[in-house]
Write a protein that binds this ligand. Structure first.
Ligand SMILES: [Zn+2]
Length: 282
């Protein structure tokens, strides 16, 4: 079973030897901590340095969701203000699909697991990055031929796509675009239903995207039409994976094969914000 090591690994096991012996589970938890810990004197000279790459977006206040104009995207509501009490405490009203987040199968299939039920071991391990940057331009459609080309590029590096793995699709669309901008949705590269079927045929446990992957068509051209469209890509992928990750960033900063951790907030909902990080040995 190709992912046996990762699937059975705890965070601590991931850290030992593979992420650098000077780090521990706590060190993995925060970038600052790991930066400090990796210089510890008990780390052998020959152990690789590990760079932590944040694959998550910063979510900032935005009063309107591009895909549901009447709704808030991410809005802070202060309970306590600095001016009043010398500290701050906020409520937040948001879509659970803001920024980098994880969609559970429950997003489209009522009886399938929601976010708080997702198995944690599926959410950490080795990810393969399919390089689709040649389709990272406005309004491009990623076809099975494009995915074949990206798979051949991996193959040329000696990397095969194993069943049960984590697959990230990289277009670099986030460069110069934000999910709060309707253009992120309206002009984003997208998959076709056939491409979604191509992905499902590889039997990944997790698929992640750095673009608005849903297929454009007569039922969906603009952000505010997506929720009433057929959402063929979502419907094809979600019943066949543990979960999908949307709105990844910085996939240009990790190699084609990279250890990742992608943990969503433990919310009983169809989706939840996630911090996704990659570990790059240097
Ligand atoms: Zn979503």
């Amino acid at each position: 079973m190709p992912f046996r090591d990762e699937r059975s690994a705890t965070v601590e096991a991931l850290a030992s030897g593979r992420v650098g012996r000077g780090m521990d589970a706590a060190a993995l938890a925060t970038g600052n901590e790991s930066t400090r810990r990796r210089t510890d004197t008990y780390r052998p000279e020959e152990a690789p340095m590990t760079r932590i790459v944040d694959l998550s977006m910063t979510v900032e206040e935005c009063d309107s969701a591009p895909f549901a104009k009447e709704e808030l995207y991410f809005k802070l509501r202060p309970i306590v203000r600095w001016e009043d009490k010398g500290f701050v405490s906020n409520m937040v009203e948001m879509t659970v699909h803001a920024g980098t987040h994880i969609d559970s199968p429950h997003h489209f299939f009522r009886d399938k697991p929601s976010v708080e039920q997702l198995p944690l071991d599926a959410l950490m391990g080795e990810a393969l990055v399919l390089d689709l940057t040649f389709k990272g331009t406005a309004n491009s459609r990623i076809t099975p031929d494009d995915l074949d080309r990206a798979e051949r590029a991996l193959d040329a590096k000696g990397i095969q796509i194993p069943p049960g793995g984590i697959l990230f699709l990289r277009t670099d669309w986030p460069k110069g675009h934000k999910t709060t901008d309707p253009a992120w949705w309206n002009e984003s590269p997208c998959l076709t239903k056939a491409s979604a079927e191509w992905l499902v045929a590889r039997k990944p446990r997790v698929v992640g995207f750095d673009f608005a992957q849903e297929e454009k068509g007569v039922d969906y051209q603009h952000a505010d039409e997506i929720l009433t469209s057929g959402m063929r890509v979502h419907r094809t992928i979600l019943p066949n994976v543990t979960c999908q990750i949307e709105n990844l960033v910085n996939l240009d900063q990790v190699p084609s094969k990279v250890r990742v951790i992608a943990l969503p907030a433990k919310w009983r909902s169809e989706s939840a914000p996630a911090r996704v990080v990659g570990f790059v040995d240097e």
